[in-house]
Design a protein around this ligand. Structure first.
Ligand SMILES: Cc1cc2nc3c(=O)[nH]c(=O)nc-3n(C[C@H](O)[C@H](O)[C@H](O)COP(=O)(O)O)c2cc1C
Length: 196
């Protein structure tokens, strides 16, 4: 069995000049420094999806749209997800919500955590993301990084993300790793059982 957990880092925004790239590079470096995980950026810019126009939710019927099929198949290759999460009007950016709606099997039974940012650390957005993740049959982990207040303002003006955020990143990643390993083992056992 392969050992390293495959973690997708998914930015929640696609607009030109987005801030997302800074925390995305930061958390990618944190993952790459660990022996138990490997990180891949899965950028929504590379997965343009139409606004949801399927005849049923993907939990009931696979997507007809080829781009959506490719998106869910891409998600299926990962053991867990770290969303780099902005807050747009106190919730998750629409482009992320659409991408969440356009997956199901690829999300199911896997952990999702977040590096959230905004004036109040993206906390309102993350609470919404957690509720959405639960409906997608994911494990929404409690650990998180919140880049807010002066840390956010400093970073948006070109400063580095401060070192005092490192322990919350470690806590987040430890929790994602625990659930990613547990759910990967369970999926492998279920696949083996189905093949008997
Ligand atoms: C449409 C929109 C709505 C926003 N709403 C909020 C908000 O509710 N709370 C907040 O902290 N910041 C809000 N902001 C500011 C964002 O935190 C800031 O622009 C951040 O850089 C957005 O992430 P991005 O650069 O990756 O797009 C909003 C920004 C946009 C573009």
């Amino acid at each position: 069995m392969r050992d390293k957990l495959k973690i997708a880092i998914i930015p929640s925004t696609t607009r030109p000049g987005r801030f997302a790239d800074k925390p995305m590079a930061w958390i990618k470096a944190m993952i790459e420094a660990r022996p138990d995980m490997e990180a891949t950026v899965v950028d929504l810019r590379d997965h343009p999806l139409p606004f949801f126009d399927e005849t049923a939710p993907l939990s009931m019927k696979p997507a007809a749209n080829a781009a959506a099929q490719h998106w869910d198949a891409t998600l299926a290759g990962f053991d867990g997800f770290v969303v780099v999460l902005a807050e747009y009007n106190h919730s998750v950016p629409g482009v992320l919500k659409n991408a969440l709606d356009y997956g199901f099997e690829g999300w199911k039974h896997k952990p999702m955590g977040a590096v959230a940012y905004g004036g109040s650390g993206g906390s309102r957005s993350l609470e919404h993301l957690r509720l959405i993740a639960i409906n997608l049959r994911m494990v929404a982990v409690g650990g998180a990084v919140h880049i807010g207040g002066a840390d956010f303002m400093g970073a948006i003006k070109g400063g580095d993300l401060p070192e005092h955020l490192d322990p919350s990143a470690k806590g987040l990643l430890d929790e994602v790793a625990w659930w990613a390993r547990a759910s990967r083992d369970k999926r492998s056992a279920a696949t083996a059982q189905a093949a008997e």
